[in-house]
Design a protein around this ligand. Structure first.
Ligand SMILES: Cc1ncc(COP(=O)(O)O)c(C=O)c1O
Length: 482
């Protein structure tokens, strides 16, 4: 029998079920192998000759397609391993990410079903899942029932929306007279977010910190008074629930008092530390957080989600709606009963960030989340106690949450410059051993070593390795002739 050969139709991008299945299985096999090998991968990844690799990767747009398998091989074998090992258990650098698996499945479902969650009418039940996830965060942060929120791509975008919201409410169109207060330890994303929201750098006041790197409330009050005396309009203060450099928690209650008295909008940046409020036994470490006018959370840090999910909660949900609510003749009328993403955020067409959060809470349950978060703090406290006993080690910041900072002193390290150099070298030597990645931070004149425990994969074994490597490498450094 002669069968008629059908010519492939280039305009048809639909894949057969068989092709989709083969492709998906191939990806899944690679992902599972990757996950199985995470703890054996160098903690910093292999970044040797990375510039020449990147140059060699520049390519023209492919005119014709090729099999997915051809792409997976270099992706998983050459390119992914050449990056920081952020999901690995030994990643104690910066603020760790990690990425729980159910969130990846949620993304797969979101992308393959591709429903429109920008407006409630287009996918009411799916938007309800997102509303539920926001509601769970609201309850955990002890915000009032009228609070509303927004999932963003990260902490920076949450901050941007918070500033725009406060600016709209308290300054209206009189933007240039508004002044905003941060501390010298505030994350740099806030000055950037302020700029994006129309608050220029010359209206951002940097308040000094105390010996524990927390905002000095007396200096804040003075700066507010000075600005008022100059005819300016103080409108917003940022405090941090866990700074990136040292893990310091600002005096949230005292700052809330000032904000209340002075009529300022108080935003708490909980991008790193806010998640610890999920654990009732740890709430005292963040006392005052529920008083914030708005709060940044970063589920891609503290809820162990893959990168791409931040969250903003606004105490008076109407303030968030007032900034974002809009309508168009071609869209359904706005409704008030149900949460409606486009009415509470800047985007119209968007992904479905809520499904990740909802699915992870549903699959793990809040109890397991609380246990994992509490364990990260316990591990940090355990390690800090041991690291403090290392000869030459000076603890600059003990773990208030799960981050601590230190520097090295000793014979031949009498000057600040020598101590900075040795501390920097210590971070590098530990990282070069491949099991643990550490990074430090320049804080004023001093370079601080840091350990931040926030990956769900980091357990006691990695902390033991971290302590052991710091013991051995600091001893080797101090033995070095100078
Ligand atoms: C305290 C703090 N605030 C804000 C941010 C910025 O968040 P994102 O990187 O999600 O934009 C970070 C990031 O590490 C942070 O640690």
């Amino acid at each position: 029998m002669i069968t008629k050969q059908t010519k492939p139709d280039p305009a048809n991008l639909e894949l057969s079920v068989e092709d989709m299945s083969t492709m998906t299985q191939a990806v899944l096999a690679r992902v599972l192998t990757h996950h199985a090998g995470l703890s054996a991968m160098p903690s910093r990844g292999d970044l040797e000759n990375i510039q020449s690799l990147c140059r060699s990767m520049r390519e023209p747009v492919p005119e014709h397609g090729e099999a997915a398998d051809n792409l997976l091989q270099p992706l998983f074998e050459d390119w992914i391993p050449r990056s920081f090992g952020t999901p690995g258990p030994g990643y104690l650098a910066y603020i760790p990410g990690s990425g729980v698996f159910p969130a990846a499945l949620a993304d797969f479902i979101s992308a393959t079903t591709n429903r429109y969650t920008g407006i409630w009418e287009a996918a009411p039940a799916l938007v309800q899942l997102e509303a539920n996830a926001l509601e769970w965060l609201r309850e955990a942060m002890q915000f009032p029932a009228e609070a509303r929120g927004l999932f963003t791509t990260g902490g920076s975008m949450a901050m941007f929306n918070a500033i725009a919201c406060a600016r709209e409410k308290l300054l209206g169109t009189d933007i240039r007279s508004g002044t905003l207060y941060v501390s010298s330890q505030t994350h740099h994303s806030i000055a950037k977010a302020a700029r994006l929201a129309g608050i220029a750098n010359d209206r951002v006041r940097v308040i000094e910190v105390d010996e524990h790197y927390r905002m000095r409330v007396d200096s804040l009050e003075r700066a507010i008074a000075d600005d008022r005396a100059s005819g300016l309009k103080p409108f917003m203060v940022f405090s941090t629930a866990g700074t990136t450099n040292t893990g310091a928690v600002d005096p949230l209650n005292a700052i809330a008092d000032v904000a209340e008295r002075e009529g300022l909008w108080h935003h708490v940046d909980g991008a790193y530390g806010g998640c610890f409020h999920l654990v009732p036994e740890l709430r005292h470490l963040l006392a005052g957080l529920p008083r914030a006018d708005s709060l940044t959370l970063d589920p891609h840090k503290g809820l162990f989600l893959p990168y791409g999910t931040g969250a903003l909660l606004v105490r008076n949900g109407e303030d968030l709606r007032a900034l974002h609510a809009s309508s168009a003749g071609y869209l359904p009328d706005n409704q008030l009963e149900f949460y409606d993403p486009a009415q509470y955020g800047p985007e119209l067409s968007r992904g479905f960030p809520g499904l990740r959060v909802w699915m992870c809470f549903k699959i793990f349950g809040a109890a397991r989340y609380r246990a994992a978060i509490a364990e990260k703090r316990d591990l940090a406290v355990w390690a800090a106690e041991r690291i403090a006993r290392i000869p030459g080690m000076v603890m600059d910041a003990l773990p208030q949450l799960s981050l601590f900072a230190f520097h090295l002193e000793g014979k031949g390290l009498e000057t600040l410059e020598a101590q900075n150099q040795a501390t920097r070298e210590l971070m590098e030597r530990v990282t070069r051993r491949g099991k643990i990645m550490l990074t430090g931070a320049q804080v004023g004149e001093r370079y601080l070593g840091r350990v931040c425990v926030l990956s769900f994969r980091t357990r006691r074994a990695e902390m033991e390795t971290c302590v052991q490597h710091l013991v051995e490498e600091s001893a080797a450094l101090l033995r070095q002739p100078r």
